[in-house]
Design a binder for this molecule. Sequence first.
Ligand SMILES: NC(=O)c1ccc[n+]([C@@H]2O[C@H](COP(=O)([O-])OP(=O)(O)OC[C@H]3O[C@@H](n4cnc5c(N)ncnc54)[C@H](O)[C@@H]3O)[C@@H](O)[C@H]2O)c1
Ligand SMILES: [Zn+2]
Length: 367
Amino acid sequence: MTELKITIPSAKQASYTITIGTEILASVWLQIDEQFPNQSKFIITDENLVNAGHPKKLTGDREITTFVIKPAGEISKNIKTVISIIEEMEKCALGRDTLIVALGGGTVGDIAGFAASIFKRGIPVLQIPTTTVAQADSAIGGKTGVDSTLSKNAFGAFWHPVGVYIDVGTLKTLDERQYRAGLIESVKHALIANGEYFDFLEKNLDAILSRDTDVLETMAIHNCKIKGSVVELDPLEKNQRRMLNYGHTIGHAVEQASGFELLHGESIAIGIIGAGLIEIETGLGTNDRLKRIQTIFEKIDVPTEIPENLEEKKLVKLIKHDKKAVQHWPRFVLIDKIGHIHQKNGQYALEVEREIVEKVINKLKKR
Ligand SMILES: NC(=O)c1ccc[n+]([C@@H]2O[C@H](COP(=O)([O-])OP(=O)(O)OC[C@H]3O[C@@H](n4cnc5c(N)ncnc54)[C@H](O)[C@@H]3O)[C@@H](O)[C@H]2O)c1
Ligand SMILES: [Zn+2]
């Protein structure tokens, strides 16, 4: 078992430990009780997690009030679910001395974290992520929120967890497509911050795809260190944290233009290839480097080209509306070598000429 400490310098109370291991779920509750002896506990999870038996493993014979999100997934990541959760907590007469335990993927974590941030002006939340996305990304960093009918994460708060338990054994029951798409955020971490980690991913890809828990633990440690250190530097996403948006400018637009037919990680894979093409155009990258990344994506079996049925005009329009856009033109995060983010005058999200972006989008469609 490995323990990592995350400290947010601006807020001492926002320090927490990430515990990483295999098949640790059954012993986590003892540690939770030890750390929070005086809190009532309220679990938030979803129906797929229940079917996979994870909440039962977590609680054992204990009777813990549990809210099961139905249906599972993004469709329930909205304010109505948050209202149901809060009203359920009130019905159970839970007060400010309650700890929310989020057991699930990024949707459960985002919903539970947001509910915790607003229930009676804020109560602690503990994250137990169970997807490749959540273990590498969403459970660490304190971003929480739910979607409006118009956009993703329209309601939200920065609300750091009081602890994170990563049991890579829980990934065994995750659907194959979700599992693979979620690996892209790990590749992203390696690309922006650690070249040796990229070599590790390249070498161990077969073991990763067969869900070898030793390799998954090593990955979790790398992911948490990388994401944790970026979050420590810039908890509120003023600058450095933007580097985590590598591949996300084009990726988000592709995800949206596909009507969310493509999963987030699948769209980000296309976005990372797009960033790679921009790097080549601007002299920051080489074809060989891009080929290495593309080979990994092909083995993971995620798309590396914009699907034919996506309209280019729609895509460019969406890119202009990216949240990092300045004067209707987006900023791009780029790398200058594998494992190293490119920065200019201390900025990580940089302007790229329109012609280059349009050319790259064209290339991304047919290579
Ligand atoms: N807060 C952040 O910083 C952050 C970062 C990245 C993504 N996100 C958010 O995360 C969400 C996506 O999260 P996700 O990809 O984990 O999707 P998800 O939570 O919807 O999980 C994917 C599917 O797998 C099921 N599932 C989860 N764990 C399982 C397991 N161990 N075994 C079997 N089934 C399991 C879920 O029920 C769901 O159907 C998005 O809403 C995104 O906006 C947030
Ligand atoms: Zn992402």
